[in-house]
Design a protein around this ligand. Sequence first.
Ligand code: ATP
Length: 232
Amino acid sequence: MSLLEVTGLRAGYGGRDVLHGLDMQVDAGQVVVVLGANGAGKTTTMRALAGLISHRGDVTIDGAPLGRRPDEIVRQGVSLVPQGRGTLDISVLDNLRVGAAVRKDSVDEDIERWITTFPALGRRANQRAGTLSGGEQQMLAVARALMSRPRLLLCDEPSLGLAPIVVQELFATLADINRTDGTALLIVEQNAELAMDIADTVYLLEVGTIAAEGPVERFREDDTVRGAYLGY
Ligand code: ATP
């Protein structure tokens, strides 16, 4: 059984479906990237899986039905790094504490860990999130999502609006967290090249359905994928 099993996922806005029956799986510890053109439904998929919009179809985490409310889903071990970061304009430390709101145990160790992993956050621990650079805010969004100790981290376009060097660092850190903790990653990304460097499996999303899926090696050699997503 996979960690995340999605069968016939439908979701949309105002009674109109954007996702028309998606099937996908993420195994424990796996890195999966979802590629797709603008408007294909990548963000909608992430929002449905995080409980921010309602869905139809079967979605299970370790065999149990996905909760309906975002906090239930976080308790099941699924945490979202939303597109556009979504950090709150409170201090860096308070953002991290918000990320751990579902936990009852002490979170000091985790705070220590993430401000060591992302030293810029440590230097700005008491600053408001709004005063951070875009890259620092993205680090904070990732660290905040990790504070709940997820088994599956959903990352919606983590590279958006960031300088190439910052994006490289961020992906290296995500790969490291996956290796060290075995946290599975489901990443939606326009920067296909970079995402494929750390991914095991690729799904291609086209207008609300999965057009293709397979191991990352196969997609690198596929001319259609190269033309459409890798630009060579
Ligand atoms: P992008 O890379 O541009 O973010 P995407 O693949 O993430 O694209 P979605 O944001 O999931 O695509 O959007 C899929 C479709 O749903 C689009 O046609 C979009 O216009 C529509 N849509 C997205 N958000 C809303 C909303 N809040 N209300 C109504 N329609 C929406």
